[in-house]
Each structure stands twice: as structure tokens, then as C-alpha cells.
Write a protein that binds this ligand. Structure first.
Ligand code: IMP
Length: 480
């Protein structure tokens, strides 16, 4: 029998406050664990900021989401678009990690790897967590079928299979990257996961046909992902064969990525945790159900990369100088007028992943303050300030009003209140000058500086970086 351990500390003994830690802590002068998160509804330009901050880092890790994301980096006029590969890949000397919290479509990943190789970018530094989950063909079909079934209530997902993949992960029916390396296990797991999907897809298809019939529509060709006939994409044997091949190709990149992060952090090297999507799309804290199926907030970096909360020493939030949203869901400051149109045109507001037109609106400081607190941000980067030049006066939402007339100073936690809330604005002078060539804070027009100052004062976080154009050099650093 095992001996019982005696706990001798009396219950009222003070906790030893300054006792030396069992392991030496990081050098506090360094900031080894830096999380970068989106502060709005995504597409804030996190890729560019990650690419810039990556200069000071040793490891760049993506910790959630999948190829629903789209990161664009422009370097010396050349455009790079990534969906899965962390934005740090352009730094060949740094480890670039797909963490365990990511859901990964292997065909998409291999396509990105091939695309980079064709452009002579070295991908030897890419590491993939063996514990990351795979987006399987049935996840993509289910995403489309589910959205089609929801009709007017649909979320407007990217239809990349993100939700169904995370659902399988929670159901413990997921296929992980490590499973690609063992054909027997892979076959067993795919078989177990596939059967309920075939059933669900069949039922969804029958329901759709019934609804069409009731609506008096003639049976058209079944929509993609809803066919009653066995779909060749759902064939077990070809799926296993294809995925074994994916495994062969990905094997050199598969690693224990949590340990890779620990080793870097313990050696006081900087690790950047790169978020995808954004705070207001967070599964728990966003505008549910119009959210993604992962947690894009800073706290999730610990789970999605496998590090401890105290490994995170700095949090950067990235926000556009205005607001955008793709897909359905509440968006209090949305503009349906000419200004909204101007923002779409001037900001090229079309999704990197789906090409969808983004909804545009004024900067929402109620939502930004919420994101600042939720992520406990230390610094803000404001991107695309150049898009606002010539649009003036500028408005920023400083509070909401409920439909009953109540003043709402903070972001409402109740969905129905948010849906019907109207923003109240502060109006600030606009600026007309082209700011794309500005590189110092002093180069910016006074009205642009005042606009940034207002945002920073309102949310009580310093703005340390401002984007003034698409190229990675088109930034203004503020302060040291
Ligand atoms: P899903 O992540 O594909 O399931 O989509 C859920 C919601 O998140 C939809 O409204 C999408 O438009 C939105 N979404 C997902 N990824 C991104 C992104 O990278 N940027 C902006 N919106 C996104």
C-alpha cells in the first residue's frame, strides 16, 4: 500500500509570497511569450503585424482555427497569402509551428507548402503538432450541408469544415495528425468517424428534398455535399489511401511542438502565439452563435500551444482603423451608405479565404474596450489608417443605446440586446493627406494623430504600431 503523504502546513499559515520558484522564471526584462490577437471580427491585418514582430522572435506558433483564416503579407511588392501556415514562414531561420489547437486540412496545407516551394521559400522550419486535428472531407461536406439546412439562419461560415472538425474533437471522434503515420489506426478511426457522418448527410439530404417538394420545387440536382447517392469523397478506402500519402509528405514536419515552445521559452527566447479570426468571433465570448468554433482570445494560446498562463508575458491586439465583418451576426456600427461603400472599395474589403465582400462600419470603441479587457491587451496595433484619408468627419462609437432607450457603456452580454443596440458616436475631424509614405508619428496629420489618441485614451492601451499601407514597411512605430 502506498504511504499517505502528510501535509504539515496549518490551514491558516500565510502563503510563502517570495519563496524562490522551483524553476527559474524568465528574465523579466525580456518578453518571451507574446500573443497576437484580433480585436474585432477578423481580417485586422494580424499577418502583417506577426511578420513584423517575428523579427524579434525565435518561434511563431498558430494556436487555433484552421484554413478559415486568411493572412496576407506584402513584401517588396510581392503578395503572400496563407490560410494555415503561420505568418512567420517568411523568416527561414525561425521555427514556424502549427499548434495542437489548430484544425488542419492536410490537402490545403500541402498546397500551401507546394506554393511556397515554387516561390523558393524554404519550409524546412515548419513544425506541425502531432496532436492537431485533421479536417476530413466529411467535415467540409457537413459544414456546407449544415449551412444550407439553416437557410436564412445560417452563420455564413467559410464552409471549410471548421465547426464539424472541432465538434468531432470534442466528441473524441477526431483524427489527429499523428494518426496519419499509422495506417491501421487511421483506418479504424476514420471508419468510426465516418459512419455517423454518412448517416447525418443522408438525413440532411432527405430533409432538403422534402422541403423542396413541399415548396413545389421540382427535384433539382442535389446541392454539393447533400447527394443521396454515395459520395465518392466519402469512400473509406480512398480516404485512407489519400491520407496515408499525406502522412508520408507531412512526416518530416510532425513534432512535439509544445516541447519546442517550452525549450524556447525556458531559454528566454521570444515565442509569438499568432491568433487567427478574432475576439468577437470567439466561441465563448463572441457574438454567439455567429462565431467560429474555436477560441481566438489570448488565454487560448496556452491550451492551443501547450504552454502555461505565466508563459504569456505580453498581449498585442490588432484592430483596423474602422470595423469589418464577414458572414452573418450583429455589427452595431455597420454602414449601409456611401461611406460603407467607400471603405469596401478603398480598403479592398473582400475576404482572403472566400472572396466575400466584407461588411464595413465605423470603429466601435465599446467592442474594442471589451476586447482589450478580455485579452488583457498591453499594446494595440491599428491597421489600415490610410483607408480613412479623405473620409471625414470620422465617427467612433462610444456607447450603445438599447431599444428601450437605456445607455449601454459596456458590450452587452445578452444576444438580443446587442442585436437591437444602436451606437452613439463621437465625431472627430478627418484628414485628407495621403499618409502611405509616413514612417514617423510626427509625419502623420494632426487629425490622424488625434484620432489614434482618442482610441488609445478611450480603451486605455497604448497604440504602438500603425499601418499606413499594405506593404510590411508601411508602418509607423509609436514610442520605443
Ligand atoms: P467558420 O470559422 O468557417 O465556421 O465561420 C464562422 C464565422 O466566422 C463566419 O461568420 C465567418 O465569416 C467567420 N470567420 C471565420 N474565419 C474568419 C477570418 O479569418 N476572418 C473573418 N471572419 C472569419
Amino acid at each position: 500500500m502506498r504511504a499517505q503523504r502528510q501535509i504539515s502546513m496549518p490551514s491558516d499559515a500565510p502563503l510563502p509570497r517570495n519563496a524562490p520558484a522551483a524553476h527559474p522564471r524568465h528574465n523579466p526584462a525580456l518578453m518571451p511569450g507574446v500573443v497576437i490577437v484580433g480585436a474585432q471580427w477578423g481580417d485586422e491585418g494580424k499577418g502583417k503585424i506577426t511578420d513584423l514582430l517575428a523579427e524579434r522572435a525565435e518561434v511563431i506558433v498558430r494556436f487555433q482555427g484552421g484554413n478559415n483564416a486568411g493572412h496576407t503579407i506584402v513584401r517588396e511588392g510581392k503578395e503572400f497569402k496563407f490560410h494555415l501556415i503561420p505568418s512567420g514562414i517568411l523568416h527561414s531561420e525561425k521555427a514556424c509551428v502549427i499548434g495542437n489547437g489548430v484544425v488542419l486540412d492536410p490537402a490545403v496545407l500541402l498546397g500551401e507548402i507546394d506554393g511556397l516551394k515554387r516561390r523558393n521559400i524554404d519550409v524546412g522550419n515548419l513544425r506541425i503538432s502531432a496532436n492537431a486535428h485533421l479536417i476530413m472531407p466529411y467535415h467540409v461536406l457537413l459544414d456546407t450541408a449544415g449551412e444550407t439546412k439553416l437557410g436564412k439562419l445560417s452563420i455564413g461560415t467559410t464552409r471549410r469544415g471548421i465547426g464539424p472538425c472541432y465538434a468531432d474533437k470534442a466528441l473524441r471522434l477526431g483524427i489527429r495528425v499523428q494518426d496519419l503515420l499509422d495506417e491501421k489506426i487511421l483506418r479504424t478511426k476514420i471508419r468510426a468517424a465516418l459512419e455517423p457522418k454518412q448517416q447525418a448527410l443522408r438525413e440532411l439530404s432527405v430533409q432538403r428534398r422534402k422541403l423542396r417538394k413541399e415548396a413545389g420545387e421540382e427535384a433539382k440536382a442535389p446541392a454539393e455535399g447533400t447527394a443521396v447517392v454515395p459520395d465518392p469523397r466519402l469512400d473509406l478506402h480512398s480516404m485512407v489511401e489519400e491520407h496515408v500519402n499525406f502522412g508520408h509528405r507531412l512526416e518530416p514536419h510532425i513534432a512535439d511542438t509544445a516541447k519546442l515552445c517550452w525549450d524556447a521559452l525556458d531559454a528566454d527566447k521570444t515565442v509569438i502565439f499568432e491568433g487567427a479570426q478574432a475576439t468577437l468571433l470567439d466561441l465563448d465570448h463572441g457574438t454567439y452563435p455567429f462565431v467560429t468554433s474555436s477560441n481566438p482570445i489570448a488565454g487560448a494560446a496556452t491550451v492551443g500551444a501547450g504552454v502555461g498562463p505565466t508563459d504569456i508575458t505580453e498581449v498585442w491586439g490588432i484592430a483596423k482603423a474602422y470595423a469589418t465583418r464577414v458572414g452573418a451576426g450583429p455589427f452595431p456600427t455597420e454602414l449601409d451608405d456611401e461611406v460603407g461603400e467607400q471603405l469596401v472599395e478603398r480598403g479592398h474589403e473582400f475576404g482572403t479565404t472566400t472572396g466575400r465582400r466584407r461588411r464595413c462600419g465605423w470603429m466601435d470603441l465599446v467592442a474594442l474596450r471589451y476586447a482589450v479587457r478580455l485579452n488583457r491587451m498591453d499594446s494595440l496595433a491599428i491597421t489600415k489608417l490610410d483607408v480613412l484619408s479623405g473620409i471625414g468627419p470620422l465617427k467612433v462609437a462610444v456607447r450603445y443605446r438599447s431599444k428601450e432607450g437605456a445607455v449601454l457603456e459596456s458590450f452587452p452580454y445578452h444576444q438580443s440586446i446587442l442585436h437591437s443596440a444602436t451606437p452613439e458616436y463621437e465625431e472627430l475631424p478627418g484628414f485628407d493627406a495621403d499618409i502611405e509614405e509616413c514612417r514617423e508619428e510626427a509625419d502623420l496629420p494632426q487629425a490622424a494623430r488625434d484620432y489614434l489618441g482618442f482610441i488609445s485614451d478611450f480603451v486605455k492601451v497604448p497604440i504602438r504600431l500603425v499601418g499606413v499601407g499594405p506593404d510590411r514597411d508601411q508602418v509607423v512605430w509609436i514610442g520605443s
